[in-house]
Design a protein around this ligand. Structure first.
Ligand code: FES
Length: 111
């Protein structure tokens, strides 16, 4: 695994999301309700729209384009249920957030 430092914990607030480039890939960091952090592909699996342009309430990610909904804890599609976001391993050391994108590519679903 090749973890790269992406930001600090202060940059990922609960209920907020932001996009970062890690090793040439766009990664979306989300601050879950309760304080955990997840790292997902930054584009919607439907039609490549940036998920950071959508909505996030600390539990669910909603794409702005056609309102696909994802569980922000797992990355699994809620509506529709037959899709998911690629998830990147994450680690926290001191106050820094590290992400490993090696061998993980964004997923795409039916149209
Ligand atoms: S591009 Fe995201 S729901 Fe269609």
């Amino acid at each position: 695994m090749v973890f790269k430092k992406v930001c600090t914990l202060d940059d990922v607030w609960e209920g907020e999301m932001d996009c970062y480039e890690v090793d040439g890939q766009e990664v979306l960091l989300v601050g879950l309700e309760g304080g955990d952090i997840r790292a997902y592909q930054a584009v919607c699996p439907h039609q490549d729209i940036p998920l950071a342009e959508g909505r996030f309430d600390g539990k669910r990610l909603i794409c702005r384009a056609h309102q696909w909904v994802f569980d922000a804890c797992t990355g699994i599609g809620i509506n529709p249920g037959d899709c998911r976001l690629a998830s990147y391993p994450i680690k926290i050391e001191d106050d820094a957030v590290y992400v490993d994108t090696a061998d993980i590519k964004p997923l795409f679903a039916h149209t």
